[in-house]
Design a protein around this ligand. Structure first.
Ligand code: UD2
Ligand code: MN
Length: 559
């Protein structure tokens, strides 16, 4: 029999006391940890006391109550929710944990301080304020040289005065050190002009361009500075975390995407392929920025001629900067350890000035105008690819020449665009190898169009803004839209538009041979025809039939 082991009374007491002390220590540890976390997040918190906070809360309510427009359509996000969130909120940690545990090799502030430039047009007051306050609170003060705000002709006429007053109240004596510069364009000049204006006044070592509906996340700056310190001709983007325009929920952005563009010069996300030992949280090269939020040496930015000042209002400037950076000796990286939230709005929240072309909306015409300048300035012979996909751009008049850009290219000994295709964006190049022709497909004065609403095949004006761009695939003989729908012949010789087939049977029903300008269907030996001007049919091939003649905008094999 075992007798139960008994501890003496004093030993039991010591055990309880020890357990108690250990528990206490554990709670003290937790307390310190949480305390220091909060401290870090709000180390620049200007609101010290409760009564102070209350006062500032009332001032905040008064400040935002003067927001002139209340409709959500106007801003394209949930204004009421934005108002109720306050000047700052805690954001989820979206970067990899190793980003927060490692230390960064930072240059001293006098060699690497930042001027932040924010241009805005009709931004809601609460949204603009959250952008500013999140930036000020989450940026180490010694690294922030100045904040330059450019009000680009907003309707809210007292905004800048009210903002200055609000900031003086809240930041008090620290206002001088903040280096706040407030500019107002009496007439709206557009984002590109305004950002250039801001950068021309900046004095910091680096310049960061930020949209006016962002929330910067903790520790956003250090990872960017560390990368820029390694290469003065580098430009970086933080990884953008999407903020939903309706719920304002802050989500984690995807670090497996690179920035790029297509031949229409529209921005696109591209897949990032991880190299053998490469971790997703590591900084990675990108053919273009992750949009327009970017940071680089101010001097290098000016040497590259800033954003191209011929570009109007909105659009294309970050693609242009990306191309000229890569071609003229720079590089671009996206840095996933740096996170900035941005509201991706579904529609434009502002008007574009009226334009000349009746068939295009002002927004389309502005974007095409800017893209045409980029194509003419940088794409060399590849500009034909752009015109093939955007034939309407040929009609857009430009009121200047490209001499300035040619001079920059000569002076800085920039590479030809071919180099970009070879070394920076092989994704763009692939099209040349895989395609035998591309662009609109014209039959007399109309173009073959796959209507997006119902996927019907029709013949439409070639100048429709979304006119279908076709691709003739070299090996399979398939004729595909950009959305990977292929032209085929089905039941009773009906012409179909179906997902491009990968297996032999569907591929055969989607295979076309080209006889001059005729499209001969390989299986049925009939030709694509448009006998009644509006309706496509398959019929016997007739070599001189105009109704069977279809021309691509761009033949890749033509010399
Ligand atoms: C994307 C970029 C933006 C810029 C733009 C193309 C991101 C996150 N944003 O814009 O940085 O590259 O594409 O030009 O990738 N604004 C003005 N004046 C105007 C019009 C707009 O100051 O006439 C301001 C606007 O208030 C905002 C910023 O410019 O702060 C960008 O415009 P956006 O947010 O409407 O466009 P977005 O995010 O699609
Ligand atoms: Mn934006």
């Amino acid at each position: 029999m075992f007798a139960p082991r008994k501890y003496s009374r004093p030993r039991r007491c010591i055990f309880y006391i020890l357990a108690f002390v250990i528990c206490q220590l554990f709670f003290v540890f937790l307390f310190i940890r949480n305390g220091s976390y909060d401290n870090k997040a709000f180390s620049h918190q200007p609101l010290h006391h409760e009564s102070e906070s209350r006062k500032h809360f009332l001032e905040y309510r008064e400040f935002i109550s003067k927001t002139p427009q209340r409709s959500e359509d106007f801003y394209q996000y949930n204004l009421h929710l934005s108002d109720s969130l306050g000047v700052i909120r805690k954001l989820p940690l979206t970067k990899h944990t190793s980003c927060t545990t490692r230390s960064y090799n930072l240059p001293p502030p006098w060699q690497s301080d930042v001027s932040v430039v924010i241009s805005f047009h009709n931004e809601a007051r609460s949204m603009l304020l959250r952008t500013i306050v999140s930036l000020l609170r989450r940026t180490p003060e010694e690294y922030l040289h100045e904040l330059i705000l450019v009000d680009d002709g907003s309707q809210d006429v007292t905004l800048l005065d009210d903002l200055r007053r609000w900031m003086e109240e809240v930041f008090g004596g620290r206002m001088d050190r903040l280096g706040l510069i407030l500019l107002k364009n009496q007439k709206r000049m557009g984002l590109i002009w305004s950002r250039n204006k801001g950068a021309s006044l900046a004095e910091g070592h680096y310049v960061l361009f930020l949209d006016s509906h962002c929330e910067v996340n903790d520790g956003w700056l250090e990872p960017l500075l560390e990368r820029l310190e390694l290469n003065p001709q580098l430009a970086v983007s933080p990884l953008l975390d999407p903020i939903d325009p309706t719920t304002l929920s802050y989500r984690k952005g995807n670090e497996l995407l690179k920035g790029g563009f297509d031949w229409s010069l529209h921005f696109h996300w591209l897949k990032r392929q991880l190299a053998k030992k490469e971790l997703p949280e590591m900084a990675y090269k990108s053919p273009a920025f992750a949009g327009g939020i970017l940071m680089m040496s101010r001097e290098w930015f000016l040497q590259l001629g800033s954003f191209n000042s011929q570009l109007k209002i909105w659009g294309g400037e970050s693609i242009e900067l990306a191309i000229k950076l890569w071609l003229c000796g720079g590089q671009i990286e996206i840095v996933p350890c740096s996170r900035i939230g941005h509201i991706f709005r579904r529609l434009h929240a502002f008007d574009f000035p009226p334009q000349l072309d009746q068939q295009l909306s002002p927004a389309q015409e502005t974007y095409l105008h800017n893209s045409k300048i980029i194509a003419e300035s940088w794409l060399d012979e590849y500009k034909n690819m752009f015109y093939a996909l955007r034939p309407v751009a040929r009609r857009i008049p430009l009121d200047h020449t490209y001499d300035e850009m040619q001079r920059l290219r000569r002076e800085r000994q920039c590479q030809p665009f071919e180099w970009y295709l070879r070394h920076v964006s092989p994704e763009l190049r692939i099209h040349f190898d895989e395609l035998s022709a591309t662009g609109t497909l014209r039959n007399e004065d109309r173009c073959l169009h796959a209507r997006q609403s119902d996927s019907q095949l029709i013949l439409a004006s070639c100048y429709l803004s979304d006119i279908t761009q076709w691709r003739m695939l070299r090996t399979s003989g398939q004729l595909s839209t950009q959305r990977e729908l292929c032209l085929g012949v089905g039941h009773r010789m009906g012409i179909t538009l179906q997902p491009c087939g990968r297996n032999e049977t569907t591929r055969n029903s989607q295979r076309w041979l080209r006889l001059g300008t005729h499209f001969l269907h390989a299986e049925t030996h009939l030709c694509l025809d448009n006998p009644l001007k509006e309706r496509l049919e398959m019929s016997t091939c007739r070599s001189h039939a105009v109704s069977q003649s279809f021309q691509f905008a761009l033949e890749m094999d033509a010399s």
